[in-house]
Design a binder for this molecule. Structure first.
Ligand code: NAD
Length: 502
C-alpha cells in the first residue's frame, strides 16, 4: 500500500527520497495545511545539510554509474514512457494530493497531471534524437564536430502552484538528455512530488537518478543551490528568490534557469470580438485564482470600449462559482497560503488609497468559513504607476487600465519590470503583427490566453527570468556542447603558431 494518498498521509510526516529509497529525515518537521479548510493535514521535514549532501552525492553517483551513464538513449526513453504510463494510471491520486496541498481546482490539477504524462512522452521520444553537428571548418584534413552531453547533476527548486507540472518541465528534458536530479519541492506542497518519486522507482530508473529533499528555501534550498557538486540549477519561483539564487549560484559559477513571476498585460483592442476577449481576460486572471505566473493581471482596454468591457467583466466576476476545489462545478477555490490572503488584502487597500475604483470583490469570501478564499476582484481607473499594476499579487485581482491608441498601448504594456507573457485581442492582423514584434515579453498570445504547449519554448524576459523550458530549447538547456577536432593530415606544424587558419 502506498503512503502517498490524501487519506494515508493525514497526520503523517513525509520522508525524503534518496537513491530510490524513502528515508526519514533527522531534521525538524513543520506542518502542511489544507487551504480549503485552513487545517493542518500532514507535515514534512526540513532536511539537514548532511541529507542534502547525500542526495546530491546520490545523483553524482548515478551520473558516474554504468547503469545510468552507459544506458542507451533509447532505453532512457523507454523508462520515461513507462513512467508516463504510471502517471497516467495515477492521475486522480496525484492530482488530489496537489489539491490538498495547494487548494487549486481538482479539474485544473487533473488536466495538468495528464499534461505531465503527455509532455514526458514528448521528451521520451527525443531521448535518442539529440544530435551534435559536423562543422565544415576552413581547414582541409581536419574533422570538426560537436557532441551534446548531459550537464550532470541538476538541482530543481519548485514553487507550490503546480508542483508536478513545474517539476516535470525540468525533469523530462533533463532525464531525456541523461542528467540526474535532486529536487526541493515547495515547503507548502511536497506530497505529489514524493508520490512521483515512488513511480520513478517503480518505472525502473537506476538509484540516484531522481532524489527529493524537502524543507524550507533558506535552509534546504540554499544548501542545495550552493552545493559544489550541482552542475545546473533549475528554479521556478518569485523574482526576489530568483535574485538570491542567482547570487548563491554565482559562488560556484553554477549556471541557472530562472523562471520567475510576471505582471502580464492582457489587452482588448477596440476592434476585438468582445465575447471572446472578456472570456480570455477572465481565464487569464480568475482561473487558478490568479495563482499562475502568466496571470493577465493588467487588462489594458481601449478608451472607446472601456465602460462596456468593465461592465461585462464585473458581470462575469459576479457569476464565478466559489467553492471547494474538489467539487466539479467550482470555478474559484481557495488561495494556497494564508499569507497570500493577507497579501491580497494589502494590495486591495493600497489600490483604494491610490485612487483605483473597486468594481468587484475586494474581500474574503466569508461564506467559505475558515478556508482561505478571496473574492474575484476588479479595480477600474488603474494607472501603471500604482502598486497594483507594478507588482505581482498572485491572486484573483485584476486592474483595468485605459489606453488611447496603439502607441499608448504598447508603451503601457511594456512599462513593467516583468516580461513573461502578454495577450492581445484584435481582429486586425496588421496590428497583431506590430504588437508581436514590439512587446517585450517571452510569450505572446493573440486572440487566446494561457495556452502553452510542451512543444513551444516558454520563458521570460527582464525580471521574469532567463532560460527556456519546453520544446527543443529545453534539451539545449540540459545539454552542453563539446567541440572535437581531429587532424588527419599526418603533418607536423609549427608549434609556436596557433592553427587559426588552415
Ligand atoms: P518562492 O520564490 O517563494 O519559492 C519558490 C521555491 O524557492 C520554493 O521551493 C522555496 O522554498 C525556494 N526558495 C526560497 N528561498 C530560497 C533560497 N534562498 N534558496 C533556494 N531556494 C529558495 O515562490 P512561490 O511563492 O513558491 O511561488 C510563486 C512564485 O513563482 C510567483 O512569483 C510566480 O510567478 C512564480 N512562478 C513562475 C513560473 C514561471 O514559469 N515563470 C511558474 C510558476 C510560478
Amino acid at each position: 500500500m502506498t503512503l502517498f494518498t490524501t487519506d494515508a498521509l493525514e497526520g503523517r510526516c513525509l520522508p525524503l527520497f534518496i537513491n530510490n529509497e524513502f528515508v526519514p529525515s533527522q531534521g525538524q518537521s513543520f506542518p502542511s495545511y489544507d487551504p480549503a479548510t485552513g487545517a493542518e493535514w500532514s507535515s514534512m521535514p526540513d532536511a539537514t545539510a548532511d541529507e542534502v549532501d547525500r542526495a546530491v552525492r546520490a545523483a553524482r553517483g548515478a551520473m558516474t554509474s554504468a547503469a545510468w551513464r552507459d544506458m542507451s538513449q533509447t532505453d532512457r526513453g523507454s523508462l520515461m514512457y513507462r513512467l508516463a504510463d504510471l502517471i497516467s494510471q495515477n492521475v486522480d491520486r496525484l492530482s488530489r494530493l496537489e489539491v490538498r496541498d495547494n487548494g487549486k481546482l481538482l479539474k485544473e490539477m487533473t488536466a495538468l497531471t495528464h499534461a505531465v504524462a503527455a509532455s514526458m512522452r514528448y521528451f521520451a521520444g527525443m531521448a535518442d534524437k539529440i544530435e551534435g553537428t559536423t562543422i565544415p571548418v576552413n581547414k582541409p584534413d581536419m574533422l570538426n564536430f560537436t557532441l551534446r552531453e548531459p550537464v550532470g547533476v541538476i538541482a530543481a527548486i519548485v514553487p507550490w502552484n503546480s508542483p508536478l507540472l513545474l517539476l516535470n518541465r525540468a525533469f523530462s528534458p533533463a532525464i531525456a538528455a541523461g542528467n540526474a536530479m535532486v529536487v526541493k519541492p515547495s515547503e507548502h506542497s511536497a506530497a505529489s512530488i514524493l508520490a512521483f518519486a515512488e513511480l520513478v522507482a517503480e518505472a525502473g530508473f537506476p538509484p540516484g537518478v531522481f532524489n527529493v529533499v524537502t524543507g524550507g528555501g533558506q535552509t534546504v534550498g540554499d544548501a542545495l543551490v550552493r552545493h559544489p557538486e550541482v552542475d545546473k540549477i533549475d528554479f521556478t519561483g518569485g523574482p526576489e528568490t530568483g535574485r538570491v539564487i542567482a547570487a548563491s549560484a554565482a559562488q560556484n559559477l553554477t549556471p541557472a534557469i530562472l523562471e520567475l513571476g510576471g505582471k502580464s498585460p492582457n489587452i482588448i483592442c477596440a476592434d476585438a470580438d468582445l465575447d471572446r476577449a472578456v472570456t480570455g481576460v477572465v481565464s487569464g486572471i480568475f482561473a487558478a485564482g490568479g495563482q499562475t505566473c502568466v496571470a493577465g493581471s493588467r487588462c489594458l482596454v481601449h478608451d472607446s470600449i472601456y465602460d462596456e468591457v468593465a461592465e461585462r467583466l464585473v458581470a462575469r466576476a459576479a457569476e464565478i462559482r466559489i467553492g471547494a476545489p474538489t467539487e466539479a462545478d467550482t470555478q474559484l477555490g481557495p488561495l494556497a497560503l494564508w499569507s497570500q490572503v493577507e497579501k491580497v488584502g494589502r494590495f486591495v487597500e493600497g489600490a483604494k488609497t491610490a485612487g483605483a475604483k473597486l468594481l468587484a470583490g475586494g474581500g474574503r469570501a466569508e461564506q467559505m468559513g475558515a478556508g482561505w478564499y478571496v473574492q474575484p476582484t476588479i479595480f477600474g481607473d488603474v494607472t501603471n504607476e500604482m502598486d497594483i499594476a507594478r507588482n505581482e499579487i498572485f491572486g484573483p485581482v485584476l486592474g483595468l487600465i485605459r489606453y488611447s491608441d496603439d502607441e499608448d498601448m504598447i508603451a503601457k504594456a511594456n512599462d513593467t519590470r516583468y516580461g513573461l507573457a502578454s495577450g492581445l485581442w484584435t481582429n486586425d492582423m496588421e496590428r497583431a503583427m506590430r504588437f508581436m514584434r514590439r512587446i517585450n515579453a517571452g510569450m505572446v498570445w493573440i486572440n487566446t490566453y494561457r495556452s502553452p504547449s510542451v512543444m513551444a519554448p516558454s520563458g521570460g524576459y527582464k525580471d521574469s527570468g532567463y532560460g527556456k523550458h519546453n520544446g527543443f530549447a529545453a534539451i539545449n538547456e540540459f545539454t552542453r556542447i563539446k567541440t572535437v577536432v581531429i587532424d588527419y593530415s599526418g603533418k607536423t606544424h609549427d608549434p609556436f603558431v596557433m592553427r587559426v587558419q588552415s
